[in-house]
Design a binder for this molecule. Structure first.
Ligand SMILES: Nc1ncnc2c1ncn2[C@@H]1O[C@H](COP(=O)(O)OP(=O)(O)O)[C@@H](O)[C@H]1O
Ligand SMILES: [Mg+2]
Length: 359
C-alpha cells in the first residue's frame, strides 16, 4: 500500500476478535473498568456535577486542540466565558467552539441515546463552523509536519466514505459482547482512518471518544480528560494509528487507548477529591467569617467556574446586582475571592480553584 494511494480498501469493522481481545488486553481492560467505575461513582458525590463538567470539558477542549497546535490558556478561556467585554483571539474562539461541539453532542446523546453519522457531522460542523460535511473532493492526505511527505491518504471516494461511516455507526451501536473499552480503541482508529472531513477529524474523533463512553453508560457525563494523555504520548499516538494499518499492531493500539482511559480516570478521581476538599474548606471559611453572606447556593456558584461576574450571581440567586456585588466584595475580604478589572467589568476569581483546574 503506497502512502499516496487513497485507501478505498480500508477494511470494514469488526477486526478479527483474536487480534484485539488478547490476554494482555483483557488484563488492562479489567484495570480500566475499575478506574472508570470508581470515577463514575465519585462524580456523583460532587456538590454540583456541573463544576467538574465545566472544568473537564474546558481542559479537554484545550488539550485536544493543542494536539493540533491550536494554543490558548485556561485564563483566556475562562475570561472569554465569563466576561462580556473580553477580546477573544482566534485560537481561544476555536477552543470554545470545541467545547460547544462536545456539549451539544452530549445533549444530542442524552435526547437520542445513540450516536450516528448525522450527529458526528453536526459535531464537526459546530467545531469548524462550516457546512462542508463529508468529503467529496480529493486532495486530503496526512503529511509529516516536518518533511511534508505523505504518510497516509484516506479513502477519497464519497460513496466509499459514506459506506464506511455507516459501518462505523453500526459498530458503535451494536451489542456484540466485546468490552466497550476495546471498542473505543477500534472505533477511534477506524474514524481517523476514514478521515471523513476536510479538517477537524482529529478533534471530532476525540469528542466521539468521550461521548462513546457516555453512550455505553460508563460515565454519566463526559468528564474524562483523555486528550491530556494523548498529548503526553503524541508520537506514540501517531505511530500506532499508522502501524495498525501497515503492520496490524492492533494489540498495541488497544493497549494504548485502554491504558489512556485508566490513567486519565485515576487522574480525574484525584482532581475530584481535591475539588471536594477545597469546596468543604472554602464553605467552612465563608460560614465562619461571613455568616451573613454565606449560603450553600452562593458557594456552589463560585465553584461552577473560577471566574465570576456580579450578574451571574444576581441572576442565579434571584437577588439584586447591588446585593450580589456586596456579597462578592465581602468574600473578597476573606481572601476566598480576588477581584480583577477587565475593561469596565469586575470579575471575581476563585484563585485556589483556578490553580487546581489549570494543571
Ligand atoms: N497515520 C495516521 N492514520 C490515521 N489517522 C491519523 C494518522 N496520523 C494522525 N492521524 C489523526 O489525524 C488527526 C489530524 O487530522 P485533522 O483533520 O487535521 O484534524 P484536526 O483539524 O482536528 O487537526 C490527528 O489528530 C490524528 O487523530
Ligand atoms: Mg487540522
Amino acid at each position: 500500500m503506497k502512502p499516496e494511494t487513497p485507501y478505498n480498501d480500508l477494511p470494514l469493522l469488526p477486526p478479527p476478535r483474536g487480534v484485539i481481545e488478547t490476554v494482555s488486553v483483557l488484563r488492562q481492560v479489567g484495570k480500566t473498568a475499575a478506574a472508570i467505575g470508581e470515577l463514575k461513582g465519585l462524580a456523583n458525590t460532587l456538590p454540583n456535577p456541573d463544576i467538574l463538567l465545566n472544568a473537564v470539558v474546558l481542559r479537554e477542549a484545550s488539550a485536544s486542540s493543542e494536539i493540533e497546535n491550536i494554543i490558548t490558556t485556561q485564563d483566556k478561556l475562562y475570561k472569554a466565558l465569563s466576561s462580556q467585554n473580553s477580546q477573544v483571539d482566534p485560537a481561544t474562539k476555536e477552543v470554545l467552539r470545541y467545547r460547544e461541539a462536545l456539549l451539544s453532542g452530549y445533549h444530542t446523546l442524552q435526547q437520542r441515546g445513540f450516536l450516528n453519522t448525522n450527529a458526528i457531522v453536526r459535531i464537526q460542523q459546530t467545531l469548524e463552523e462550516n457546512s462542508a460535511g463529508i468529503r467529496r473532493l480529493p486532495g486530503t492526505a496526512l503529511r509529516n509536519a516536518a518533511t511534508g511527505s505523505t504518510i497516509y491518504t484516506p479513502p477519497n471516494d464519497h460513496e466509499t466514505i459514506q459506506r464506511l461511516m455507516k459501518n462505523l455507526e453500526d459498530y458503535l451501536n451494536e451489542e456484540d459482547g466485546l468490552s466497550p473499552f476495546i471498542k473505543l480503541a477500534v472505533q477511534h482508529y477506524q474514524f481517523e482512518s476514514i478521515h471523513p472531513f476536510y479538517d477537524g477529524n482529529g478533534r471530532t474523533g476525540r469528542i466521539i471518544n468521550v461521548l462513546f463512553l457516555v453512550m455505553k453508560g460508563l460515565l454519566e457525563r463526559p468528564v474524562l480528560y483523555l486528550s491530556k494523555y494523548i498529548i503526553d504520548h503524541k508520537p506514540e499516538y501517531y505511530r500506532l494509528l499508522q502501524s495498525v494499518r501497515t503492520q496490524e499492531t492492533w494489540e498495541e493500539w488497544v493497549l494504548f487507548i485502554t491504558k489512556a482511559v485508566e490513567v486519565t480516570a485515576l487522574e480525574t478521581i484525584g482532581k475530584i477529591n481535591l475539588i471536594n476538599a477545597l469546596f468543604e474548606k472554602t464553605q467552612e471559611k465563608a460560614r465562619l467569617e461571613k455568616p451573613k453572606v454565606y449560603s450553600k447556593d452562593l458557594l456552589e456558584l463560585l465553584f461552577i467556574q473560577p471566574y465570576c461576574r456580579i450578574e451571574f450571581v444576581s441572576e442565579r440567586l434571584g437577588i439584586t446586582r447591588q446585593t450580589s456585588s456586596r456579597y462578592l466584595k465581602e468574600l473578597e475580604k476573606t481572601g476566598i475571592l480576588t477581584s480583577q478589572q477587565l475593561g469596565k467589568e469586575t470579575l471575581f476569581v476563585n484563585e485556589e480553584l483556578f490553580d487546581l483546574l489549570k494543571e
